[in-house]
Design a protein around this ligand. Structure first.
Ligand code: C5P
Length: 273
């Protein structure tokens, strides 16, 4: 079974407050982007994993294996699987690549093993694997809140062209949260802002709270954002806790030009859509 795995960008991200459990309450609009990693699942006697990227572990510490092990434990199935991951989405990017892999392993194995796992059970397993994992179970536009695991579907069609690029920097999520000062006062309504599709308003009001503190630590992220804006993007922002930056373009030609220039300038272009 071959599975195309999406990744995500955040259209606005507010870190509201630190919680007693060590996580932060946040609000964001998640948008799934196609053409991320690829998974191949095959039924087998036991559970094993291979990966195209040799720098990633393939033992029980990999999020794909954690997902499969958790599903086995919860459903008490004796079935196994060979999991192969073609890794294309960079990590330390804020694109949710690892979370997406885990969610699609859960969904894929439910099908492969013919399990009748309820959506609630899948949600609980997904949320236990990471805050972003539940979003990828459905991967339609969603308003995310809580620690990111609580979701409300948003009736939204993204009408623009997207270019996603990765600078020469990797940000760990935990590091990003340490750099931030939460704020829950007078925050803009993210859903309304996104639904307006007004890129001038997005530029002025649609904020990712991680951007300023992370760009202060990694100036190359700010440079990349500025380059994307200079190529005619109507909006550009860092995704999640970084370091990837996405540009939103009104027309395909500007998007393609930006992609071409970025690709030739030592920046890894993750995708153009
Ligand atoms: O949930 P996930 O495993 O992706 O989180 C990684 C780390 O990011 C957590 O251990 C925590 O330090 C931080 N985090 C947070 N608040 C969130 C999500 C993540 O503080 N809402």
């Amino acid at each position: 079974m071959k599975i195309a795995v999406p990744y995500k960008i955040n259209l606005g991200l507010h870190i509201l407050r630190k919680r007693n459990d060590g996580y932060h309450d946040l609000e964001t609009v998640f948008l799934a982007v196609p053409d991320g990693d690829e998974l191949v699942l095959e039924e087998a006697d036991s559970l094993s994993m291979t990966c195209s990227d040799a720098s990633l572990p393939t033992d029980a510490t990999n999020l794909c294996m954690k997902a499969a092990l958790a599903l086995q434990a919860v459903t008490q199935t004796t079935k196994g699987a060979k999991i192969h991951l073609e890794k294309r989405v960079p990590f330390g990017a804020g694109l949710g690549g690892g979370s997406a892999d885990a969610a699609l392993v859960l969904k894929g194995l439910c099908e492969l093993w013919q399990l009748e796992t309820s959506p609630e059970t899948l949600f609980h397993i997904a949320a236990s694997l990471g805050s972003d994992v539940p979003f990828f179970l459905d991967a339609t536009p969603q308003f995310g809140y809580g620690r990111g695991e609580l979701l409300q579907p948003l009736d939204y069609a993204f009408p623009f062209h997207l270019v996603v690029a990765m600078p020469n920097a990797f940000v760990s999520t935990a590091e990003a949260y340490r750099a931030i000062t939460p704020n829950d006062q007078n925050r803009a309504n993210l859903c309304k802002l996104v639904l307006s599709n007004d890129l001038a308003r997005w530029r002025n009001e649609l904020v990712n709270d991680f951007e300023a503190p992370i760009m202060a630590l990694y100036p190359e992220i700010m440079t990349l954002k500025q380059q994307i804006l200079d190529f005619g993007a109507g909006y550009a922002a860092m995704s999640g806790s970084g370091a990837a930056v996405f540009g939103v373009f009104e027309d395909a030609e500007h998007a393609t030009n930006a992609k071409r220039w970025l690709s030739g300038n030592a920046v890894r272009v993750v995708g153009e859509h």
